[in-house]
Design a protein around this ligand. Structure first.
Ligand SMILES: NC(=O)c1ccc[n+]([C@@H]2O[C@H](COP(=O)([O-])OP(=O)(O)OC[C@H]3O[C@@H](n4cnc5c(N)ncnc54)[C@H](OP(=O)(O)O)[C@@H]3O)[C@@H](O)[C@H]2O)c1
Length: 254
């Protein structure tokens, strides 16, 4: 049985709590947070506290707090034994106090809107310095997900960066597409089946194989026509930059 303390009361903390509270291999020892109201979510079945200095003993202390507070808060905690971990994609393990056993449990997923049946598919990236600590965190990560990967801090930062391209930028493309639709009074909804199909395709093909469109085909007249249709300079720049990137990937020049 792994004894766990959660520090922070936001999205990740609630997600982990919901997983751990009913898990036979985890004992939720305490939830610590500065927000009294937010602590109510946990207080019916776990002791809660707003004191970061007085912590119970646990095997793993999970700092599920804002990235910019991790270093400062981790140095305020009074931990005698156990492993301290954070859950951030872009923060190094090195910010955690060096005199403690340290680690990372990073869920590579944005948790807003995730449906319960998909939770066990969320990759959990685990890092630790010692083999023994890694084994403990690996065991805990398996309580959350079937997909546990050993990833070091540099790889995790690169993964986080890749996720911005794959997820945040592609969503911004949907937004720009929706603006074009709005300007010309066509429903964005008409594009949803196409978007769904592309998302399905990427599950079985490599992104390299899945690419389609005028830049991929080297269709210069369509590229020129599209650029002329775009009156907005920002959209023209985005269109040109992405088309050039696609063309250079497939060895064709604009
Ligand atoms: N959400 C996701 O999908 C997701 C996915 C992967 C990784 N992560 C990582 O998980 C961590 C937590 O994210 P989240 O989405 O749970 O954030 P969140 O919902 O905004 O919650 C942040 C928590 O941190 C607390 N906090 C912030 N500054 C603090 C300070 N100086 N002292 C004490 N507590 C402080 C907040 O307390 P108050 O309520 O009092 O402000 C709140 O309980 C971050 O490192 C994030 O990068 C998040």
């Amino acid at each position: 049985m792994l004894k766990v303390i959660l520090i922070g009361t936001g999205n990740i903390s609630r997600f982990l709590y919901d997983v751990f509270i009913s898990h036979p291999e985890v004992e939720m020892v305490q939830v610590v947070g500065r927000n009294e109201k937010a602590l109510e979510y946990f207080s019916s079945s776990t002791p809660v506290s707003n004191s970061f200095e007085k912590l119970e003993d646990a095997d793993v202390y999970i700092l599920a707090i804002n990235d910019n507070a991790i270093e400062e808060v981790s140095h305020r905690l009074n931990i005698k034994k156990g492993i301290i971990v954070h859950t951030a994609g872009s923060i190094s393990i090195e910010v955690l106090p060096k005199h403690l056993r340290r680690g990372i449990l990073y869920p590579l997923q944005t948790l807003s809107g995730i449906i319960p049946e998909k939770m066990r598919e969320i990759p959990i990236c685990v890092e630790a310095f010692d083999r023994e600590d890694y084994e403990v965190l690996h065991q805990l990560a398996l309580c959350i997900s079937d997909r546990v990967e050993r990833i070091d801090s540099e790889q995790r930062k690169q993964l986080h960066l890749a996720a911005v391209f794959a997820n945040n930028f592609s969503n911004h493309m949907y937004y720009l597409a929706s603006e074009i639709c709005k300007d010309h009074e066509v429903p964005f909804d008409l594009l949803r089946p196409l978007i769904r199909e592309s998302c399905n395709k990427i599950m079985s093909f490599s992104p390299y194989e899945a690419q389609t469109g005028p830049a991929r085909r080297g269709d210069l007249s369509t590229l020129e026509e599209h650029l002329n249709m775009l009156t907005n300079k920002k959209l023209q720049q985005v269109y040109t930059t992405l088309s050039e990137s696609i063309q250079s990937t497939y060895g064709k020049k604009l």
